[in-house]
Design a protein around this ligand. Structure first.
Ligand SMILES: Nc1nc2c(ncn2[C@@H]2O[C@H](COP(=O)(O)OP(=O)(O)OP(=O)(O)O)[C@@H](O)[C@H]2O)c(=O)[nH]1
Ligand SMILES: *[C@@H]1O[C@H](CO)[C@@H](O)[C@H](O)[C@H]1NC(C)=O
Ligand SMILES: *[C@@H]1O[C@H](CO)[C@@H](O)[C@H](O)[C@H]1NC(C)=O
Length: 403
């Protein structure tokens, strides 16, 4: 019983801590995945009430939006984007590589593929439930000649699953806890398609603790802060956005943050316009709105975060010559990757005096939360562009941080 994470328990012999792993449907983007982390973290908190478990952070990669050519974007550890000591102040987490070292090899005892119920759910009869069921979709795992299951496993080809089965689930994340604690003796369990789990308590204290623990990696914050200082006349002292490295010590009163003297904009394009969505503005419409906001809030500068293609950013620059963007060099892109650049963009938007985002973009939602953490007045945060023909342009839902 000398292995790390193991202990001798009276009557039970040697019992090692459980490893919880998870993955998300491949088409889901970076910012939805950040939300799924919050759900799985609350499951882990529930497990910890009964047993020692640790969350294995699913390596980043192969995301649909991360299209920058020529840079290697698989098997990216969480530490490239987030501050691990901060995550660890909320729940115990380890990187996948550490799991490989600790657990004695690239094997996962049990993979549960989460799915909904084949029969759907009858209206008006919502109940939380979980059952072992035949797999509905074709399994994304196949058996090799040694009867091991092979699959994507975040790009780790040598990883194998010892057993794969499907669970139909309808409910919040912690509904799985009894299954992990009682139905299986597996010590490493992977939940695939974890986005099928709902939040235990969306917007509650536990939600915000996990969200606050998702502190961006320091090297990315430093790049963002340097950019603010150099191009946007924005510093934490002047903007009253002091950041405590220890999130557990950070508690800001809403409305105390002033923000840098610029308008922050998130303008989501690409698949949001290709889908001909009605709630997304034209470039002309966006620029008109930006100008009116700059005037209203007496701001001379505007920072724009966007995933627009080059042709569109060129047009945008013509319409709005004073706009500022974070344009990474190739070296910076290779170093920080698409995920890191997105974080730098979000960090800069989060520090603006006034922010406006894009309708139902999870990228914009994460900026809302970051501003909530920094202590901005909600009026300066929950704003979005309206589509040209949108009749009733509803603004984003206000969330309130809970300590
Ligand atoms: N750097 C940067 N990347 C962006 C920006 N907007 C979108 N992206 C990229 O496109 C992705 C958007 O997908 P998501 O993160 O899933 O967020 P979303 O805007 O809600 O899009 P969906 O979830 O796919 O509906 C991001 O992860 C980024 O990689 C931006 O303003 N700056
Ligand atoms: C877990 O075990 C209980 C008790 O044996 C059983 O009723 C239940 O169906 C099992 N659940 C799953 C998801 O396997
Ligand atoms: C695989 O997992 C399922 C579901 O938990 C279980 O019923 C089955 O016995 C397991 N098979 C093996 C070989 O362990």
């Amino acid at each position: 019983c000398l292995k790390r994470g193991c202990e001798r328990l009276a009557g039970l012999g040697c019992r090692c801590r459980g490893y919880l792993l998870y993955d998300v449907n491949p088409p889901e983007g970076f910012n939805l995945r950040r939300d799924v982390y919050i759900r799985v973290a609350s499951l882990l908190k529930t497990l910890l009430k009964s047993e020692a478990w640790v969350l294995v952070l699913p390596p980043w990669g192969r995301l649909y939006h991360w299209q920058s050519p020529d840079i290697h974007q698989v098997r990216i550890p969480w530490s490239e984007f987030f501050d691990l000591p901060s995550l660890n102040k909320n729940i115990p987490v380890i990187e996948y590589e550490q799991f490989l070292e600790e657990s004695g090899g690239p094997f996962i005892d049990q993979v549960y593929v989460l799915q909904s119920y084949a029969e759907g759910w009858k209206e008006g009869t919502w109940e939380e439930k979980i059952d072992e069921r035949p797999c509905i979709d074709q399994l994304m795992y196949s058996k090799d000649k040694h009867e091991y299951y092979r699959g994507w496993f975040w790009g780790y080809e040598e990883t194998r699953g010892l057993n794969v089965s499907c669970l139909s689930v309808q409910g919040s994340a912690s509904i799985i806890a009894p299954v992990l604690l009682k139905n299986t003796s597996a010590r490493s369990v992977m939940l695939d398609r974890a986005e099928n789990l709902l939040h235990d308590h969306y917007g509650g204290r536990d939600y915000w603790n996990t969200r606050r623990s998702m502190v961006f990696a320091k090297h990315l914050r430093v790049v963002g802060d340097e950019f603010r200082r150099k191009y946007l006349h924005s510093t934490d002292e002047a903007d009253r956005t002091d950041y405590n490295e220890d999130w557990t010590q950070m508690k800001v009163k809403l409305g105390t943050a002033v923000g840098g003297p610029y308008l922050g904009v998130h303008l989501r394009r690409k698949d949001f316009i290709w889908g001909h969505r009605e709630d997304v503005p034209s470039l002309h419409g966006a620029v008109k709105k930006i100008r009116s906001l700059m005037e209203k809030h007496k701001l001379k500068r505007v920072f724009i975060a966007t995933d627009a293609i080059v042709e569109e950013t060129e047009e945008l620059k013509k319409l709005l010559p004073e706009m500022v963007r974070f344009e990474p060099t190739w070296e910076e892109l290779e170093l920080y990757k698409d995920g890191g650049i997105a974080i730098i963009d979000q960090w800069i938007c989060a520090h603006a005096r006034y922010f406006t985002g894009t309708s139902v973009s999870t990228f914009s939602f994460r900026i809302h939360e970051e501003r909530e953490i920094l202590g901005f007045d909600p009026k300066t945060t929950y704003n979005r562009f309206c589509g040209e023909k949108e009749r009733n342009c509803e603004q984003p839902t206000h969330w309130k941080i809970v300590y």
